[in-house]
Design a protein around this ligand. Sequence first.
Ligand code: 7TS
Length: 418
Amino acid sequence: MNSSSVPTETKPKAFDIDRIRAQFPVLHQEVNGQQLVYFDNAATTQKPKVVLDALTDYYQTMNANIHRGVHTLADRATAAFEATRESIRGFINAGEKEEIIFTKGTTDGINLVASSWGRANLQKGDEVIISTLEHHSNIVPWQIICEEKGAVIKVIPVDDNGDLIIEEFNKLLSPKTRLVSVVQVSNALGTINPVKEIIEKAHNAGALVVVDGAQSSSHLTIDVQALDCDFFVFSGHKMYGPTGTGIVYGKRRLLEVMPPYQGGGEMIKEVTFEKTTFNEIPYKFEAGTPNIADIVGLKFAVDFINSLGKENIIAHEEMLLDYAHEKLSSIPGLRFIGTARNKAGVVSFVIEGIHHFDIGMMLDAKGIAIRTGHHCTQPLMARFGIDGTARASFSVYNTTEEIDRLAESLQGIVKMMS
Ligand code: 7TS
């Protein structure tokens, strides 16, 4: 069937940016006397009203501790919490909801995998491969566990565009490789890594793969079964959900034999002073009272994304990225850091003679929020011989008019500083 024969009602709806922006109360304010432009989405996204309302509704109608109460509110809270687990399962197409573990965020999730899987499986001389693009949270947990176990970290290099050099990855893989942990979308450069290829190659070498999905979950369509990754770790707060929410997806057969990450309530079957038996997955990894309200709110963020359609979000962000590259390339002295073949909506740049911190401060004075610094990727910055960049990262509610304001403001800053 060609597109002209598709009935009107089944065609994708036009992307109504005004309707989308209307759902984000925080965007409708002035900062330093100017209409706010929020371009720090890679750090955390803003939250739509449905998520804000869900938090209030949770506290007003069902607040209780979960899984352990016999009363009605406890049942309601438990049902709402578990509904998010099912919603996240669908969002990343995991096979079972028991494979979804709630954490505080990506950092917490990678620490869970490194600490639990790493402690049980890594031995002296084993190798863990990461990449130059990694956020500190996908470097430091591996350094800690590798040091403890006498294992060795190997690093996939990047080329001058910020693309991983896959031939070097091929060379690093060996029978000693136990695990590969790579980011799917770089927070600092926007590079989209070929994780499916990396996973296939790692599996052929007998290694497991962790994917850091912190930046990809809201910008790409995620299918953990199609990817065949062993673990997929991401943050709810970077996909329109509340802060303090994160997810570890892990394959059931791996999670079942991994030791607990933390001990305490909820994660046990039976405790005596002599011996404790542990709960089933996912509860084995969710010790103590979790972040119930925010996890409940996270489901509404997933619903929000689904209501727009991932393909529409991706198309909008690609359009913004192309527009920003075109607009910003005319700024005198501006150099993009990160020009990978495949990029998500992140534009990192430096401007000759102006420190990135000053760029950030001067843009803030004009109501424009960007991120400056090393973006928790110091080894990557060192690779490019810089100590940081100015970074604009886009989201579903950003517009080309906002990019025009960024470009005009940068023009003004360059003129003023020259
Ligand atoms: N991995 C990547 C790729 C990230 O971008 C981040 C956060 C993390 C892991 C850690 O996630 P968290 O939710 O535990 O903090 N990135 C950023 C950023 O780019 N600016 O602030 C946080």
